[in-house]
Design a protein around this ligand. Structure first.
Ligand SMILES: Cc1cc2nc3c(=O)[nH]c(=O)nc-3n(C[C@H](O)[C@H](O)[C@H](O)COP(=O)(O)OP(=O)(O)OC[C@H]3O[C@@H](n4cnc5c(N)ncnc54)[C@H](O)[C@@H]3O)c2cc1C
Length: 614
């Protein structure tokens, strides 16, 4: 304990605090500086900003680029695309806002040194698909992070934010955040006039396919631990579409992405007997979702559904036909480079399993569910829309401000806007940063204040797992099971099992119903009762303990939303067995939740989906 008796409290004051230095956070810091030359802008990051976030190992494509300079797509087209893929339910105001600005973001990335592949004949960016452009992206994140670091007044790396702080003078107004250094154990108090949460989405809330020593091998980054949702939820921000979890078709075991293969290499799938299976499920899908199955492109969840049904019919595994494409040396190079720039693990898995895609068609699999707001799903916080475009009931102040004053978000944090990806998340960060500067300017002398006594309580709570361990450890002589504390890993496995078995994970074929969800909530409540007894033997484990806290609260929110929406809107992502059909009469709406930390109760409501674009 010697080290931690000298644990210091470090106070950091700022105008704008950015929590999470990923794509959204970097965009937020960059744009805040542009509009707020005199502002103190602080980024706090759990890892190291240079290589932090979901895709810090690099990317091969920027998945959201309109190409307006060449008349390739217009922002309205992207809204239609996202709306179609999400079975009708997106915040069109927010999506349009990103789409109209995203090209400018990508052009800045190129100016900053990001190599973007060009079509030699036309000089245009090389397309992988209608929305994707190809990059040499190993250094994508460091390039973007450099711009953010130059823009920020200070970057605090290796600090995990655990709680937001609320203003003591005015209810429902944010005043900063607290966290701890995972390196020296100091307690950090960030007092700030505005806060932008950009802490990524959530992996490991559902049990992954790989468990035990392989549990880190998931599609989504294992360090994306739901802080983006838990932090706003804790302070009563409204959340939306949290039931809309994502399930992805990926290469088995390595989770290598399939997009470039389908789009660029023109590969296709077949069942174990070499048959094209998707069309055979058309009639049954039509019965479930009606005309949505006729939309082009076919929504992602419906393609997932056909895949899952084919496996259930006993004709799996599903394979991707790579043998033909890999005969072309150019395509073979592209296929391998696609992994080497982004998912080296897939190449290693294939090597270890004797799979040469030129000789063997590799297996595909449906991933476990994840929660995120920037990929093909749109879970997240309910945010105010752009002043010039959002309908009045989507507007209550500043663009991208949540229902808590001064609390903004971007990227995976903000709900209702799927298909933003890296460039769209950065763009949304820029939008939030600009609005946050205006919010701070408008505050004038009416500044938030932090309650000092609240800080003492939070400090005790944050380090409690280390105290629990220090005392409880004396009750055992060996092993890891103690009568007095629960280790974060054990808590995580308990959480994953509950979510998997009751809330629509892989072991029930993504299926759930009202009784299962109700039981899941009971078990989550029991898990929550045990969380004050978490034990941490190190700062690293303390981080794991708080990641678990964030995951559990987010999981509860996901479960509440799944229970509330009495239909199966996205077959292939999850199924409400007791409401197996899409129901546009009652459920063509957003679901909203609000958590009351005092009572532990959740209030659920519907919000209208406004179709702004025809
Ligand atoms: C596997 C995968 C593949 C993808 N492929 C592509 C692609 O090919 N092309 C494309 O354009 N997009 C792709 N994306 C999407 C893109 O990565 C995301 O849209 C983008 O990273 C979201 O930005 P964000 O800021 O919300 O989250 P992130 O970029 O993940 O950043 C979140 C940051 O918050 C930090 N953080 C988390 N919790 C805390 C805390 N409690 N305290 C402090 N800091 C915290 C994290 O360390 C991280 O740095 C992919 C995403 C995934 C998961």
């Amino acid at each position: 304990m010697g080290l931690f008796t000298s644990r210091k409290t470090v106070f950091v004051d700022s105008d704008i605090l950015v929590i999470g230095g990923g794509f959204g956070g970097c965009g937020a810091a960059y744009e805040s500086r542009y509009w707020g030359r005199d502002k103190k802008i602080v980024i706090v990051e759990k890892a190291n900003i240079e290589r932090s976030g979901a895709v810090a190992q690099g990317l091969y494509a920027i998945n959201c680029y309109m190409g307006m300079q060449w008349g390739e797509n217009q922002p309205e087209d992207h809204v239609r695309y996202a709306r179609n893929d999400l079975m009708g339910l997106v915040r069109e105001d927010l999506g349009y806002d990103i789409a109209r600005h995203v090209d400018a973001t990508v052009h800045m990335f190129e100016e900053w040194g990001l190599p973007i592949m060009k079509d030699e004949e036309t000089g245009r960016y090389k397309r992988e698909g209608k929305w994707q452009i190809m990059i040499h992206g190993e250094s994508y994140k460091p390039i973007i992070a450099e711009a953010a670091c130059k823009a920020a007044t200070a970057v605090y790396n290796r600090i995990m934010v655990t709680h937001l702080l609320m203003d003591e003078t005015r209810p429902n107004r944010v005043a900063g955040a607290v966290g701890f250094s995972v390196r020296d154990g100091n307690f950090y108090v960030f007092r700030s006039k505005a806060v932008i949460v950009t802490a990524g989405g959530a992996s490991h809330i559902f049990k992954p396919h790989s468990v035990g020593e392989g549990m880190g091998r998931t599609w989504y980054a294992p360090w994306s631990s739901a802080s983006a949702y838990a932090l706003p939820i804790q302070v009563g921000a409204k959340m939306t579409q949290m039931e809309n979890r994502i399930v992805l078709t990926r290469f088995k075991d390595g989770y290598g992405p399939v997009g470039a293969y389908f789009l660029h290499l023109k590969t296709y799938t077949e069942n174990a007997y070499g048959d094209d299976y998707e069309a055979t499920w058309y009639d049954s899908i039509k019965q479930l979702v009606g005309d949505y199955v006729d939309h082009q492109p076919v929504p992602t969840c419906l393609r997932n559904h056909a895949f899952l049904e084919e496996i259930k019919a006993g004709r799996g595994p599903i394979r991707m036909v790579t043998k033909e494409a890999f005969k072309d040396p150019h395509k073979e190079t592209v296929g391998w480079e696609n992994f080497l720039g982004m998912t080296i693990g897939q190449a290693v898995v294939w090597a270890s399993q004797n799979i040469d895609p030129k000789e063997t068609n590799p297996e595909l699999i449906m991933s476990e569910p994840y929660v995120m707001g920037s990929h093909a799903t749109c879970s997240g916080a309910w945010a105010s829309g752009p002043e010039d475009y959002a309908p009045s009931d989507y507007q209550w102040g500043y663009n991208r401000m949540m229902t808590v004053d001064g609390l903004f978000g971007a990227g995976d944090t903000i709900g209702g806007t799927a298909h933003k990806f890296s460039s769209g998340s950065f763009t949304e960060g820029r939008i939030a940063g600009k609005a946050a500067v205006r919010y701070v300017n408008d505050l004038g002398s009416d500044q938030p204040r932090v309650d000092e006594t609240e800080l003492d309580g939070l400090k005790t709570m944050v380090y409690q797992p280390m105290e629990n361990y220090a005392i409880g450890r004396n009750e055992i002589v060996a092993g890891t099971v103690s009568p007095s504390y629960l280790l974060p890993l054990h808590g995580l496995q308990r959480l994953e099992k509950i979510m998997d078995e009751y809330v629509g994970g892989t072991s029930t074929n993504y299926l759930t119903n009202e009784p299962m969800l109700t039981r899941g909530l009971e078990l989550l409540t029991m898990l929550k009762e045990d969380l004050p007894h978490l034990g941490a033997d190190s700062l690293h484990e303390l981080m794991r303990a708080w990641e678990l806290q964030h995951r559990v609260l987010t999981s509860e929110c996901v479960t509440q939303h799944t229970l509330f929406r009495e239909e199966t809107r996205w077959p292939g992502y999850y199924y409400r067995a007791d409401h197996p059909r899409l129901d546009d009469t009652d459920w063509h709406c957003f679901t909203l939740s609000r958590y009351d930390a005092e009572s532990g109760e959740w209030a659920m409501e519907k919000a209208p989906v406004h179709h702004i674009i025809d």
